[in-house]
Design a protein around this ligand. Structure first.
Ligand SMILES: [Zn+2]
Length: 238
């Protein structure tokens, strides 16, 4: 902007000056705007009024590593509005049978690693413990006709669950949680993000010690992130 102000008196608009100089031909300009300022090639192209590909060509010429699509996405901080729109468009897409079919086909053949399966399991269990999610699931399942095969499988799964810690047969696990609930004062402030939210008990060491210091009251979001990524509480996230 300093540039624009300097030229404002002379009456030369900033954009014209940029075009004339073809700043993208300057290694340090490109390096700064692309790597330091993290502007994308389409943005730079727009600023220099040239083609997206031109910018990428010059990046190549200067041996500046071009960010992949996924890297670009990772660095983007989505606004709430943007997230809402993505979720709506995903929902609409998922209602279309052909999209669901494609997704199923793309997942077929994929072998999940044990680590990935464990992470999915943790994430599903935590989200299923949220009352509003349970309500949503039961609402979504209402009125759906299930095949005999499906019913048989479900009843088998339920039988298995009754024998697992999940349903409450693991007396030790549940007793410990009750014990911690009684002894660890519950606040409504998440011990990681410090926000006022609904909280759940989270075990820190993963060893379920009978020690209230081994448990924390966390919001669903931080609980999930902690169990999923093992992120320490020195990090503060959204
Ligand atoms: Zn939190």
């Amino acid at each position: 902007m300093v540039y624009a102000q300097e030229n404002a008196g002379v009456g030369i608009p900033y954009m014209i000056k940029v075009i004339k100089l073809r700043l993208y031909k300057d290694k340090w300009f490109l390096f700064f705007i692309y790597i330091v300022d993290k502007k994308g090639s389409p943005e730079i192209a727009k600023l220099c009024k040239c083609n997206d590909q031109t910018i990428r060509n010059w990046l190549n010429k200067f041996n500046i590593p071009i960010r992949s699509f996924s890297e670009v996405q990772k660095g983007k901080i989505l606004s709430e509005e943007h997230k809402r729109r993505i979720s709506i468009s995903n929902k609409i897409a998922m209602n279309r049978p052909e999209v669901r079919k494609k997704l199923r086909e793309s997942q077929l053949g994929k072998v999940l690693t044990e680590e990935h399966k464990r992470k999915i399991g943790v994430s599903v269990r935590i989200s299923h413990s949220r009352p509003e999610i349970r309500r949503k699931i039961s609402k979504a399942l209402k009125g759906i006709k299930r095949s005999e095969e499906f019913k048989r499988k479900m009843s088998e799964t339920n039988k298995n669950e009754k024998n697992s810690s999940w349903k409450g047969d693991n007396v030790g696990y549940n007793a410990l949680h009750d014990w911690v609930r009684r002894h660890k004062p519950k606040s409504n402030i998440c011990e990681i993000c410090g926000k006022e939210k609904k909280l759940t008990l989270s075990n820190t060491s993963g060893k379920y010690k009978r020690d209230i210091n081994d448990f924390r009251w966390l919001c669903y979001s931080c609980h999930r992130k902690f169990d999923f990524y093992g992120i320490s509480d020195t990090l503060i996230y959204d």
